[in-house]
Write a protein that binds this ligand. Sequence first.
Ligand code: ACO
Length: 330
Amino acid sequence: MIGIKICATGRYLPGEPIHNEAFTSIVETSDEWIRTRTGICYRHIADGDTTWHMGAAAAKSALQDGGIDPERIDLIIASSLTGDYATPSLSCLIQKEIGAQNAMCIDINCACSGFVYALDMARRYLACGDVDTVLIVASEMLSRITDYTDRSTCVLFGDGAGACIVKAAEKLFASHLGADGTGYDLLYSKNDPPASPFTKKPLIEDAISKTDRKPHSLFMDGREVYKFSISAMPQAVRKACEKAGITPEQLDYIVPHQANVRIVQTAMKALKLPMEKAVLYIDKYGNTSSASIPIALDALCRSKQVKAGEKLCVVGFGAGLTYGAAVIEC
Ligand code: ACO
């Protein structure tokens, strides 16, 4: 089986870390509630930055890490639910900024599972032999869609970007991706309703359009998403391991989507794995949606703990609902 080699990683966090205490003057909350219920202490929130700029900064950090010429990138896959523009795409803006003029550019939006979906796509392109070097960038400015009057969500999210550069290699790789669209109304951000001189009929309604949530502000049914994630995460890891022909116990690291430390603890327990194997940076960065896994991956790779041949599993879940896991041999 053709797998992938992670050649380089990078990350970018905007501004200074913002402590939980900063939220106590905005909504009724406390540092203690946020820390004990989520594991979050700090997050970065953009001030004057853009999603494309954060993504390009993370990509440049990865290019520098691997000593890779941007002209050698054949494909850029950018993941975001908080892009700057409906069009042009985030990947095109990143391509321009880093000077990767030989790259095809694709954007995906699979919410917090986006990085795992992007990795799976990259592996398929690489396995076909059509491309040699793929840059994956996940950049999220959740502050753009966060409702800072809603204490149940505003304390959770952070802004940031993570990147990784991959090539084909004779290494173990297996992925398991999935979605459950019936949960589409558990986590959403509405767009503005379309207006045209030809509009005569009312919009076809769905559970989201019927709500009176402000356009572009994120709604989450936290308890339902929590329930979904504690079952989807271990299941996705088990299925990816099964496809890779290994057991979860043979994994050296789990790099999970960083939404809530309690979700990770419950999933690790279900998998019968020690918490030491979970790579967690939620205390520093909060939930950065699809950027959370590549940010954690970069921190792990730069800590130089990872040895050749070790196996890690990236696993994500999020709006859609979507989920996915991929086993990678380092
Ligand atoms: N400070 C103080 N109290 C709060 C806060 C806050 N920031 N937020 C909620 N509360 C209160 C609630 O109002 C509630 O009060 P009540 O009992 O008087 O009604 C109480 O705390 C408990 O609320 P719960 O929602 O039951 O709290 P819970 O322990 O479930 O934690 C949380 C909430 C952190 C949101 C949790 O449900 C969670 O992590 N859900 C999953 C989130 C997730 O995984 N998202 C992933 C996708 S994100 C993406 O795709 C962008």
